[in-house]
Design a protein around this ligand. Structure first.
Ligand SMILES: [Zn+2]
Length: 464
């Protein structure tokens, strides 16, 4: 049977059965590359063969996913409980955030790491690993390459054959750093483009499944190259991780946004230091500054996966003379900032449209929890009037378009975490469901709020 080919735009990933001169999606000319039609790749959770007949479900349960653990508990947790043989994980993040450091640190007594590097030299990786891996480098093998087929051939010699590199009891693992530097001879396209990235990823996935080898693919996200980046290969892999950080601080957050073998939205928090990345077991205290007392800063508690985090929302409202004010948001969706600005404008008659608004979450956390809306409104209001918020005070709740503060899930977890960290005044949505947990914390004052307008008046009344 003749092998099917398709044409893929090397800039944006648009594909078509027929050749095209101008890409209908991104409008660039001469970007069509001919590639083989991608075959469906079996995932590790698929059965290797079709069953002969129906089987009782409990019989299937005899074969649980066998996982192995890395030295990082939170890394294991983000992966859904350790590494699954044959799984392919994509780890994306800004250049320099520490993706390579994290993956190098996985190598230890029980895990043999094969490291393809198209970026750093073996000497550079060695220098770093000496600093970060406590001297145990005998399970880390580096191969400088950007040629996919050749690298796979060399790897196969170690995976099969009579290699002595993988001692019995040690789990082999492949790191590809980075996918943007790899080149397959199968397609005629430049490394870093959509076509090469797709082709190389598909080949790696097929190899991983065939050899039951876990593979971690490093993918850089740059502002310029974002389109041709990891987004286009997320559907090919089992797990998608993002590694985020704040340049000003040493905190790093690892999160899963797709996981075929476990829950998503789990996060792990690390600190970058002299000896590489260290796990932070109680991260909640790292995302706010209890001593700061500036206007525009409001403290909240959000949920990431099942874990509550106390976070600091920082807002800055600056008057502008431009007709369209700037709205810049870091860590929170820009839409959410726009929405809160609109509610403050309409429901409180705040002349917010004459102001540039900047929003930031301290420590590089990214948050989708609706419970952060009330604190965002508080922070903007605080900055707008340059009034500070009393110390040991925190807020959570969703804000409706009508200016009402609405309940959010897991109130009890949020309250418990705030109380544990010594917060003494909590503004929260009015809800019967909270009565029980409120009773438990007699030394905390709870202010139940219905309308944003009333709440803000109450918070800032008489404050300077
Ligand atoms: Zn295109």
């Amino acid at each position: 049977m003749k092998e099917k080919t398709i044409f893929v735009c090397d800039i944006c990933g648009y594909d078509n059965l027929k050749w095209f001169g101008q890409c209908p999606q991104c409008k660039n000319w001469n970007t069509a590359k001919e590639v083989r039609q991608m075959k469906r790749v079996k995932s590790a959770s698929d059965n290797q063969r079709d069953d002969d007949t129906f089987e009782a479900l409990f019989a299937k349960r005899e074969e649980p996913l066998i996982r192995f653990m890395t030295r990082f508990d939170s890394f294991n947790r983000v992966l859904g409980g350790g590494i699954v043989p044959g799984s392919v994980s994509l780890i994306g993040g800004d250049p320099g955030v520490g993706k390579s450091t994290l993956l190098t640190q996985i190598a230890d007594r029980d895990i043999t790491v094969f490291y393809w590097s198209g970026e750093e030299s073996a000497e550079q990786i060695l220098l770093r690993a000496q600093r970060t891996n406590d001297g145990s480098l005998d399970r880390l093998f580096v191969y400088n390459t950007n040629r996919l087929e050749l690298a796979l051939e060399k790897l196969s010699e170690e995976m099969t054959g009579s290699s002595t590199k993988i001692p019995s009891g040690s789990h082999p693992l492949l790191i590809v750093d980075s996918i943007q530097t790899m080149r397959s001879d199968e397609v005629d396209a430049l490394p870093g483009g959509v076509v090469q990235i797709r082709e190389c990823t598909a080949a790696l996935v097929a190899y991983a499944k065939q050899h039951r080898l876990p593979v971690f693919i490093v993918a850089h996200i740059t502002k310029y190259g974002q389109i041709a980046g990891p987004k286009l290969i997320e559907h090919l892999v089992d797990i998608v991780l993002y590694f985020d950080g704040d340049a000003d601080r040493d905190l790093r957050v690892l999160r899963s946004i797709k996981n075929r073998f476990g829950p998503t939205n789990e996060i792990g928090v690390f600190e970058m230091g002299e000896k590489g990345l260290q796990e932070i077991s109680d991260p909640s205290e790292r995302f706010y500054d209890a001593s700061a007392n500036d206007s525009g800063n409001a403290i909240s508690v959000v949920l990431e996966g099942n874990t509550p985090f106390v976070v600091e929302v920082q807002a800055l409202a600056v008057s502008t003379h431009f007709s369209s004010p700037r709205r810049l948001s870091k860590g929170v969706d820009q839409e959410r900032l726009n929405l809160m600005a609109a509610v403050l404008s309409k429901r409180l008659n705040l002349p917010i449209e004459n102001h540039d608004l900047y929003l930031n979450l301290l420590g590089g956390l990214k948050c989708n929890d609706p419970g952060i809306e009330f604190p965002i409104a508080v922070a903007i209001y605080s900055s707008f009037f340059d009034k500070t918020i009393p110390p040991k005070t925190a807020f959570f709740g969703e804000v409706g378009l009508d200016g009402k503060i609405r309940g959010v899930s897991f109130s009890e977890k949020r309250i418990t975490e705030l109380a544990r960290l010594g917060f003494r005044r909590i503004y929260l949505p009015k809800s019967k469901a909270n009565a029980g947990v409120i009773k438990k914390y007699g030394d905390v004052s709870f202010i139940e709020c219905t309308y944003l307008k009333e709440a803000l008046t109450q918070i800032f009344d008489g404050r300077s």
